[in-house]
Write a protein that binds this ligand. Sequence first.
Ligand code: NAI
Ligand code: MG
Length: 358
Amino acid sequence: MKRYDLAVIAGDGVGKEVMQEAVKVLSAISDLTGNIDFKLNFYDYGCEYYLKTGVMMEKDGLKKLEQHDAILLGAVGYPNVPDHISLRDLLLKIRQGFNQYVNLRPIKLLPHVNGPLAGKGPDEIDMVFIRENTEGEYAGSGGIQSVGGVDTLAVQTSIFTRETTKKTMEYAFEYSRKRNKEKKLTSITKSNALNHSMVFWDSLFKEIASGYADIRTEELHVDAASMFLVQKPERFDVVVASNLFGDIMTDVGAALQGGLGFAAGANLNPEKKFPSMFEPVHGSAPDIAGKGIANPIAMIWSIKMMLDFLGHEDIGEALLNSIVYALKDKAKLTPDLGGKGTTSSVGDIICRGLVKKL
Ligand code: NAI
Ligand code: MG
């Protein structure tokens, strides 16, 4: 019996609702397989916690989280708490504190889902983004001078270290090799305008590519790449991008795969020195929170990513197949997908799918 200790941070709004379905799925997996078990430790960090205590996470929060094999996160964000606080003081603290320098984002249009692009189906929309997750444009370096004055000056500095950039790119090359689909890796750049950081990025990419003769490479400027992502999504197999470019392009990607309800992400510390964190891309969705109609698929897909990372790819694949199974009957899906189902009823269908697939 393999036992995993998981830290569960449901967070705010629909984060709590979709996390309930994640818990349901985890318990179905241990019941059905009989050889893998999850010990869940719940942490109530988030914006409500902030409103009560003045902090998003207790002082020794990272120390506590570090004891676990992985972290599951729902979503954070609350109307009365500034987003830069909820993001920086919890999510970024975890991502940076645990050196989760790889953000992995599958962009895959599943069967039975109507994507937004005419003539582009599951064969054309199937790629994986690897986004550097701890530095780059989101390093948090800079400052504001003379706030409110006519001479106000704001500086936001991008930080690209050789170590992290190299490790991220190497991860992407290894991933292309392991995925073994087209063995093509696209690097997203903007070295025509960003004459320091992106010139460095490009030179490092070429240097690392020389050690991977079996992987075809391509370098695209972020603007052109965004256009191709919509016009020719089949051009992309594995993509490596800096923090900002990856963030923006993966939201376009989320749209291509049918919306935020399908967008799952993993924040990885590939060396496994620290726990990795798995979360849906969407936020706390205050507009639908409390109604029980949030789509739990992205959250459940992020569990598949956790299973893959923990070395249980077979169960991960069964879980994705169970999601596809649930997609067959559109009327039973949540309202964002045009159905009349609830968060909980969709979770139930996916668990029933698992019975068939596992
Ligand atoms: P959002 O992702 O919460 O919502 C955007 C739109 O998508 C809304 O119309 C919402 O109803 C819909 N939506 C999101 N998740 C859904 C789901 N599972 N099922 C069905 N519909 C869904 O983004 P928004 O509105 O920009 O931000 C709301 C709050 O969430 C803010 O406080 C923001 O800072 C926070 N946020 C947190 C993130 C995180 O925890 N990783 C990521 C993005 C935003
Ligand atoms: Mg984003």
